[in-house]
Ligand binder design. Structure first.
Ligand SMILES: [Cu+2]
Length: 293
């Protein structure tokens, strides 16, 4: 039988060895401090020379008219949103909202490639709200592994369903009053269609990027991508219209502390090329930067 004193000593020794184990475990290999893989690229240093890519998204020709959505399948939706309209073409005064604009590729002033860098996801979550039986916002962007907080502001049950090509399918029911759901996507993908299994008209698109250089055009068609290091970039504007989405590409130079301009135009021809009957994206719309070879 051990004395009380001996047991106390044994306990202390055990605690001390556990502590030293824990501290040796916390020493991660060099280059793994951001939780990324060891082979991950370099971290982009902020130099103070960063500039912007900004522009306007236009719609040329007669704008497709928004149509009233039949929400009669759910009385809660009808009473909260009696005049719910389609949002696939949000055109106002010839300007197009909900276009996802992002840097696809590019070469910085020091000849390094933007795809060679690793970026840490912002700690702040991006909110995707189900409100009035539609998604707010309709299009959003996150950095890989950035939290998306999904809220239900409606007096009904929604069932949010992410349908990615490069990430696992994710499908969650959320009753009214339920706490926010949290979702993260680990692989870059432009763009992930999101739908509601309860209300087939509900659609949203989430751009998942390796880096933070993206923006969504507002109601006036304008967008600004901030904090862009000086360089030459391929900038893509993606819009959900067309059979499987439509993308436009432009080369843009960002001078030190300057602004690169990228004005894009989507037209009636794109609108007529097909109905967005399928939510499947073309493989060509995936972001190659997100794929490791
Ligand atoms: Cu719903």
């Amino acid at each position: 039988m051990l004395s009380k004193r001996a047991r106390l000593w044994l306990g202390l020794i055990a605690a001390a060895s556990l502590l030293s184990l824990a501290s040796s475990c916390s020493k991660t290999p060099e280059g793994n401090d951001n939780g990324g893989p060891d082979k991950a690229g370099k971290v982009l240093a902020v130099t103070g020379n960063e500039g912007t890519v900004s522009g306007k998204i236009s719609f040329t020709g007669a704008a497709p008219e928004a149509k009233k959505i039949d929400t009669s399948a759910d009385a809660a939706c009808t009473s909260k949103s009696p005049n719910l309209m389609t949002e696939d073409w949000a055109v106002k005064d010839g300007k197009l909202a909900n276009t996802f604009v992002y840097i696809k590729d590019g070469t910085l002033a020091d000849n390094s490639k933007i795809g060679d860098y690793t970026f840490t996801a912002p700690t702040a979550a991006v909110v995707l709200d189900q409100n009035g039986c539609h998604y707010k916002p309709h299009v959003l962007g996150v950095v890989v592994n950035q939290e998306i907080s999904i809220t239900n502001s409606d007096p009904t049950t929604h069932n949010i369903h992410f349908m990615p090509a490069n990430n696992p399918d994710w499908n969650q029911s959320q009753v009214n009053g339920a706490q926010a759901l949290s979702h993260k996507l680990a692989h870059a993908e432009v763009l992930v269609p999101v739908k509601c299994n309860q209300h087939p008209w509900m659609k949203s698109y989430v751009g998942v990027m390796k880096h933070p250089f993206f923006a969504v055009s507002g109601e006036d068609g304008s967008f600004t991508i901030k904090g862009v290091p000086p360089g030459k970039y391929t900038v893509v504007a993606w819009h959900e219209g067309g059979a499987k989405g439509t993308e436009k590409t432009m080369e843009v130079t960002v001078p030190a502390k300057g602004a690169g301009t990228a004005d894009f135009s989507f037209g009636a021809s794109a609108a007529l090329s097909g109905q967005p009957s399928s939510l499947q994206m073309m493989p060509a719309l995936e972001v190659p930067m997100g794929m490791k070879h």
